[in-house]
Structures are given as C-alpha cells and as structure tokens.
Design a protein around this ligand. Structure first.
Ligand code: NAP
Length: 244
C-alpha cells in the first residue's frame, strides 16, 4: 500500500553494501522503497525483516536483463502506484590486467554496470515523463573519472554511466526530471574484500581524510539528492579528498 504523499523509490542491488544502507535510510524516513536483489536472497529477506513496519517491498531481478527490469518496474507501479526516484546502484567489479580481459569479462561488465542503467532509465521514464517529475541517481565510481589500472573495463563502464547521466540530464531537464551520479571513492563493502589489510592501509595514506568511506557517507548524499530541486547533470564524488 502506498503511504500518501511519500515518494516511491527503487534501489537496485540493495541486498548488500551501499544499496542496503540506502534502503535502510530511506525506509526509516518512511519513503516507499523497493529493495531489489539478484543472488543474495537471504540478505534481502533479512533486511526487509529488520525494517518491519516500514513500507519496503522486495523484488528479485537481474537488472542486466531488460525483461527482468520491466517486471521490477511493473511490480513497483503495482505496489506503490508511481515511481518518483530511481536509484541505479547495482554493480560488479573485477580486477584484471587489460591484456587478460576476455570478451566475456568485458561484455559482462558492460552488461551489469552500464546496460543495466540504460534499461532501468528507459523503463522507468514513461511514468516520470508523464507526470513531469522525477529523480534518477546513478552510482558510478571515482574510477570512471580518473581511470584505474587493472580495472579498465570497470572504469569504462562507470565513465559510461557518468556520460549517460550528463546527457540524460540535458534531455530531461524540460520534463523536470533530475539525473545525477554519485561517484564514490573507496567504501567499506564486500566489493573491496580482495584488498589485504596492508593494501587498505596504503590506500588510506593516499586519502586526505586518512580513511576509507562508510556506506552511510553515500546514503547521506542520496537522502539530500532525493529532496533537492535544482541539482542535475552532476557527478558528485564522495571520496575523502582522494580526488582533488
Ligand atoms: P557490493 O557490496 O558488492 O554489493 C553489490 C550489490 O549489487 C549487491 O546487492 C548485488 O546483489 C547487486 N547486484 C550486482 N549485480 C546485480 C544485478 N545484475 N542485478 C541486481 N543486483 C545486482 O558492492 P557495493 O560496494 O555496495 O557497490 C554498490 C555500487 O557502488 C556499485 O555500482 C559499485 O560499482 C559502486 N561503487 C562501490 C565502491 C566501493 O568502494 N565499495 C566504490 C565506487 C563505486 P546480489 O548480491 O543480490 O546479486
């Protein structure tokens, strides 16, 4: 059931990490929230349980597949009646020498990190354009801005997301739809499990604020962007000063 006058928000890839924190923060603020997961069903169910009493719906969809994205959007429309905010957070990473990246690695990265954003934006937009109101927030990465060694395909996918953000913001401004990216630096989630403790300490020495970020650092910015009215086409990099 839609809670009256509260925005309805989809958060892709929100079973774990940054997405899960975004769901928690938005649900606590009593927005209507769709929690999307793909593989981590247990985590998704546990998170929904933690948020008992809040208007959180849960939906399994692999957002790298257009048909599943369509089903997710229809489910949200059915439950909430409308979608005001689309948060494209789902993503994967892989560390490999450029010369070792296979066609399959490349296509998998682009499919999961960039094409998923293309599908989610295209499928949600008719409802936003119809009411001349909407907000899209894409989670990209600092590596899309600076490029990362041994993560060329990841960096390309995130640079693509930022390109989509800026172009779409221009196209959709007249429809009163804001489109922005948040480009995190390094945030403490499973995505960075491949780094050793020593590697993390070395990274922290390069960051002016001398620490990796926390999921709440990203969720705070989301909370603000959801209610903001005049920010569009921006890539907001939250990185402790790593990129100045
Ligand atoms: P994470 O802890 O590895 O979580 C990734 C989330 O994405 C999981 O909930 C996963 O769901 C979901 N996901 C992946 N592919 C999906 C798909 N095809 N369909 C639906 N869900 C999918 O990663 P994270 O650190 O929270 O990353 C979230 C976003 O922030 C990503 O876009 C990432 O690139 C970006 N980012 C992260 C960092 C960082 O340092 N952590 C830095 C810059 C940018 P299931 O487990 O249910 O499949």
């Amino acid at each position: 059931m839609n809670e009256l006058n509260k925005k309805s928000i989809i958060v892709t890839g929100s079973s774990r990490g940054i997405g899960a924190e975004i769901v928690k923060v938005l649900a606590q603020k009593s927005y209507n929230v769709l929690l999307n997961y793909n593989k981590s069903e247990k985590c998704a169910i546990e998170l929904k349980k933690q948020l008992k009493g809040k208007n959180v719906e849960i939906f399994k969809a692999d957002v790298s597949k257009r048909e599943e994205v369509k089903e997710m959007i229809n489910f949200a429309l059915d439950k909430f009646g409308t979608i005001d905010v689309m948060i494209n957070n789902a993503g994967i990473s892989q560390s490999k020498l450029f010369t070792d990246i296979t066609d399959e690695d490349w296509n998998n990265m682009i499919q999961n990190n960039l094409n998923s954003v293309f599908y989610c934006c295209q499928e949600v937009l008719p409802t936003m354009i119809n009411k001349k109101n909407g907000c899209i927030i894409n989670i990209s990465s600092i590596w899309g801005i600076t490029g990362a060694s041994c993560e060329v395909h990841y960096s390309v996918s995130k640079a693509g997301v930022d390109g989509l953000t800026k172009s779409l913001a221009k196209e959709l401004g007249p429809s009163n739809i804001r489109v922005n990216s948040i480009a995190p630096g390094i945030i403490d989630t499973d995505m960075n499990n491949g780094y050793s403790k020593q590697e993390i300490q070395e990274i922290e020495q390069e960051i002016p604020l001398e620490k990796v970020g926390n999921v709440s650092d990203i969720a705070r910015c989301i909370e603000w962007l959801v209610e903001d009215k005049y920010t569009t086409g921006q890539v907001i990099s939250i990185n402790g000063g790593w990129l100045i």
